[in-house]
Ligand binder design. Structure first.
Ligand code: HEM
Length: 393
């Protein structure tokens, strides 16, 4: 019997799934003191809350995300202010735009990383394959690929991520995030200046012309959402890729099926993202008087909508919900959320991951895990293998 009062962060980091299974059954909306949040773990509750911003608003008082990104972004507000901030990214990230401009970029980046792995006879797929593809393809889409290298982007991600999760107001994390933020400002400001003077069809030009005011006012308005896109786009596809590759490498019949029928790659990508959601928890506020299931949520409560738990809910996914199975009947998962904050980069991530998985196993059909390295998953808010050492050839 797991008591929500005794759920600890360390246990969640190691393996949150048994805890979620228990909470879904016995306490589906429960206060977890260790995180000082209400945890919502059943599919039906998570899905309905995501689609109900009136009762579960995205804006949360004293938000570390707003502090870290320098103000309100599309993700921490609702309604028209959120739509205004989201719209400028559409022309780069909507599915048709991604299909038109990104496949060749993804293929080139995959091919370059595969060459390096082949020469080395193997390596860590997380840091030497999925991460470079993820960060460099986003830099390309943002129009900053000629100004920053992959390692800088990974460091930027680290600083922003430290800031948005800094609920405890740790001064070291604050300093790291603020140094990275200044660095990002220095790199992108000249691009804003240029696009302000001569508009083009780039993401930054769309952003600077999406609002009125002086250049400084426009930059201040746009920058939190730009940094949010950096944050969302840098880590999650890489985490998802490592999980999907690991699942295939440990389910060889399914891998063989994927290798002989490339049409199954998309199913493998979706199933891997369902099985372990790269982002497990989505934070929301609570409107006064809100109830969910049997729980009456107190004023100023914070809830986390645990999409990773919803994705394993047996009421929806049946008795095999905990298994990785690319042949399960297709239905949508919640790893890209639902409702007004549905991930704006979902198609970008999907095409990137399908390309990376397909090309990985096309190049190395006999790829195998390095027996000297154990694969360990960590995290509950962000979860993936910590590394994925493989041998090729
Ligand atoms: C497998 C990869 C990815 C996963 C699992 C993922 C997951 C998510 C989730 C769960 C949300 C909802 C957050 C919330 O409602 O609180 C979200 C929002 C968002 N994601 Fe992603 N994401 C991925 C890739 C990307 C990429 C590649 C980008 C950028 C190119 C991106 C940019 C964003 C942005 C800007 C939002 C905020 C949208 C809004 O609030 O309107 N994500 N993502």
């Amino acid at each position: 019997m797991i008591d929500p009062d005794s759920v600890g962060v360390a246990d969640l980091e190691v393996d949150p799934y048994p805890i979620y299974a228990h909470l879904r059954q016995h306490a589906p909306v429960s206060h977890v003191p260790a995180l000082d949040v209400w945890m919502v773990t059943r599919w039906a509750d998570v899905e309905s809350a995501l689609n109900d911003p009136e009762r579960f608003p995205a804006h949360v008082a004293d938000s570390p995300t707003d502090d870290a990104l320098g103000g309100i972004s599309m993700m921490t507000t609702d309604g028209e202010p959120a739509k205004q901030r989201r719209r400028p990214f559409d022309s780069t990230l909507r599915p048709r735009a991604v299909e038109a401009s990104m496949p060749e970029v993804f293929e080139q980046l995959c091919s370059d990383a595969l060459d390096i792995l082949e020469t080395a006879g193997g390596g860590d797929l997380l840091t030497q394959y999925f991460e470079p593809i993820s960060v460099l393809s986003l830099a390309h889409a943002m129009g900053i690929a000629d100004r920053v290298d992959g390692l800088t982007l990974v460091r930027w991600f680290g600083g922003l991520a430290a800031g948005v999760s800094n609920y405890e107001k740790d001064p070291t994390k604050t300093a790291f995030c603020s140094a990275v933020s200044d660095e990002i400002d220095d790199v992108v400001r000249p691009l804003f200046e240029q696009a302000f003077a001569s508009p083009d069809d780039s993401m930054i030009s769309n952003l600077v012309h999406a609002t009125a005011g002086t250049l400084d006012e426009r930059i201040a308005w746009a920058m939190p959402s730009l940094k949010l896109v950096l944050l969302g786009g840098l880590q999650e596809p890489a985490h998802g890729g490592a999980t999907i590759a690991h699942c295939l490498l440990t389910h060889t019949e399914q891998l063989d099926a994927v290798i002989s029928d490339a049409d199954l790659v998309a199913a493998a990508v979706e199933e891997g993202l369902r099985w372990t959601a790269p982002i497990g928890n989505l934070l929301r506020g609570v409107a006064p008087g809100t109830t969910l299931g049997d729980a009456k949520l107190p004023r100023d409560a914070r809830v986390i909508l645990v999409v990773s738990s919803a994705n394993r809910d047996r009421e929806v996914w049946g008795p095999t919900a905990d298994d990785f199975d690319i042949f399960r009947p297709r239905r949508t998962h919640l790893s890209f959320a639902a409702g007004p904050h549905y991930c704006i980069g979902h198609h970008f991530a999907r095409v990137q991951l399908r390309t990376a998985i397909r090309m990985l196993f096309e190049r190395f059909p006999r790829l195998r895990l390095d027996p000297l390295h154990e694969v360990v998953y960590r995290g509950h808010e962000y979860r993936s293998p910590t590394s994925l050492a493989v041998e090729v050839g």
